[in-house]
Design a protein around this ligand. Structure first.
Ligand SMILES: Cc1cc2nc3c(=O)[nH]c(=O)nc-3n(C[C@H](O)[C@H](O)[C@H](O)COP(=O)(O)OP(=O)(O)OC[C@H]3O[C@@H](n4cnc5c(N)ncnc54)[C@H](O)[C@@H]3O)c2cc1C
Length: 530
């Protein structure tokens, strides 16, 4: 208790309870008074109730509080089991001496993560828009992915939205409008204008870099950390937000070192901070062309500016495949969403949502939405979930009463007026129509490499070939170097590829991170030979 008071007393009120039941009673009283609890730290062995049980029961009272278990060495197994049962975020083994090493660092992390999610009374950005408009959805998604807090004022539901528009003499034909506390609203902003206004960098600070990284998913972020920390002038070009696909994952449970899982957003934030700390520069821009001349490479950005560099790492990852159904495009962002679109989760409260797909990404999304929606229906083409999903997720899904899995089922038609209204499903018992307002699609992914130079070697599906793959695929036609390409090097010297964008890559966070890190090693070797 003393250790806790000494370190946290200035910022938090620290309460103590003599038993599990007493702790639950205190939580209930605090809740009734409208207080917030940041962390519940419980010993596993207590009179009357074990720590795991207390933490599990506390979820109903304070779901957002971080939960940590204190165990003796002998209770380690119970603690690991509790990660699933009681959804504990961390367990600490007693004794915790010295607290500076064993107690404070994990608790600091938990409290920081709690602080990120805690929303105090709000005085920041307001977006006036409508829930079912594609551009409005994109603006909200962009802000959320960049961790900019905002309040969404839905014109169809919130009288305040009408007031805000009146205040600036704007009409509903000009949505979405982003209002700032300082006034001067942005009307139907382009992504670059919005990025610049919220303080993201949209123009490169230098003209020339040692390494330009295209895409800030796990592969690009790892390369940024290693590149910048090892002294390379490193620029990362990313149109959305650091994190890539992983950033849209609500909980990554199989990444090394995070036994309780970690949200993609949190992982991306940490990597971004780490990379910027070492001096990597991030640009919120889309790369639109790449050309090479005399061992230099030139990357053109969406605003037509160009940066030059000695080496390029292509870590563009993949994009969701679109569902091939006539007329579906007009509902994209208006009830049909590709990927997790966690931005929409709050709006789906008490509704039924449909998740199309049966791989891990669909499973994670189903788990995430089941915390908000009344019912989540998973529409899976395969005959069982186990065919495409990790066992841990299949188990979690089977335990969620509000997730229904329909196997052998496909969406064959969509309908609606301005937004999705109903879907037609074809399943083992024939076809049926189903009312539907929100459908999230996860049906595989394809690389977006069509804009890269045509002479850059790809496989039949557009994934980039590197290293030994170039030889196997006879893609070394123009290779003029008197050395073999490095393992992650493309057929144009000095251009490297890492992560999901590579041919035959393993689509995992860890492998993308591994390749991004390795690529920097090859880049050093390449630069040394120049
Ligand atoms: C919902 C979901 C859940 C997942 N869960 C897990 C999991 O639990 N465990 C696991 O191991 N894996 C998981 N994966 C897979 C994992 O996220 C990917 O394998 C990993 O993110 C690939 O990393 P990457 O860096 O190669 O590419 P990506 O993560 O795809 O990142 C590519 C980046 O490039 C950017 N980009 C695209 N075009 C351009 C351009 N023209 N200019 C500049 N930048 C551009 C994109 O905006 C993106 O940020 C999940 C994937 C999804 C979608």
């Amino acid at each position: 208790m003393q250790d806790l008071r000494r370190h946290y007393g200035a910022n938090f009120r620290i309460l103590r309870a003599g038993s599990g039941q007493a702790a639950l009673d205190t939580c209930k009283q605090l809740k009734e008074r409208g207080d917030t609890v940041a962390l519940i730290l419980s010993d596993q062995r207590m009179p009357g109730m074990m720590g795991v049980e207390l933490l599990e029961k506390s979820i109903a009272i304070y779901p957002q509080a971080k939960r940590a278990l204190l165990t003796a060495y002998a209770d380690t197994e119970a603690a690991i089991n509790a990660i699933n049962a009681a959804k504990i975020h961390y367990y600490l083994t007693k004794p915790w001496d010295p607290p500076e090493e064993k107690l404070y660092p994990p608790l600091d992390d938990l409290l920081e993560a709690w602080g990120e999610g805690y929303k105090p009374p709000f005085d920041g950005l307001r977006i006036v828009g409508v829930r079912w408009a594609q551009r409005d959805h994109e603006v909200r998604d962009f802000l959320q992915r960049n961790r900019v807090p905002y309040v969404f004022l839905d014109l169809e539901k919130t009288p305040e939205a009408v007031e805000e528009l009146k205040k600036y003499k704007l009409s509903d034909a000009e949505l979405p409008v982003v209002m700032f506390p300082t006034g001067d609203p942005l009307v139907q902003p382009s992504q670059t204008a919005l990025a610049a206004r919220i303080g993201l960098r949209v123009q490169a600070a230098k003209d020339f870099y040692d390494l330009v990284i295209l895409g800030a998913g796990p592969a690009g972020l790892a390369a940024a950390v290693y590149g910048a920390s090892e002294g390379l002038r490193t620029l990362v070009v990313e149109p959305q937000a650091p994190g890539g696909q992983a950033g849209s994952s609500s909980r990554i449970e199989n990444y090394l070192g995070f036994p309780a899982g970690v949200s993609g957003e949190e992982l991306a934030k940490r990597a971004y901070i780490q990379a910027t700390r070492f001096g990597a520069e991030f640009l919120t821009q889309r790369a639109s062309s790449l050309r090479s001349e005399n061992k230099y490479h030139f990357v053109k950005l969406a605003d037509d500016r160009e940066v030059s560099c000695q080496t390029v790492l292509v870590s563009l990852g993949v994009d969701y495949r679109k569902l091939d159904i006539p007329g579906i495009d007009r509902f994209t962002g208006a009830g049909v969403y590709y990927g997790a679109a966690m931005t929409e989760a709050m709006s789906c409260a008490d509704e039924e949502v449909f998740i199309v797909g049966g791989a891990n990404s669909a499973g994670q999304a189903a788990m995430y939405f089941s915390n908000y929606a009344a019912k989540v229906s998973m529409l899976v083409r395969a005959s069982s979930l186990a065919q495409g999903m990790s066992k841990y997720l299949v188990d979690q899904i089977s335990e969620r009463p509000n997730i229904i899995v329909e196997t052998g089922t496909e969406v064959v038609a969509v309908d609606g007026k301005e937004r999705l209204g109903c879907i037609r499903l074809k399943g083992p018992n024939g076809e049926r129509e189903q009312l539907a307002t929100s459908m999230f699609i996860f049906i595989g992914a394809a690389p977006k490499t069509e804009w890269l130079p045509s002479e850059l070697a790809r496989d039949a599906r557009g994934f980039l070939l590197t290293g030994p793959q170039l030889k196997t695929n006879n893609a070394l036609g123009n290779w003029r170097e008197d050395r073999q390409p490095f393992l992650l090097e493309c057929n144009l010297p000095g251009i490297f590829a890492a992560g999901d964008v590579r041919s035959d890559s393993i689509k995992r966070v860890a492998s993308a991170v591994g390749q991004g890190s390795m690529a920097v090693q090859f880049i050093h070797q390449y630069l040394a030979k120049l």
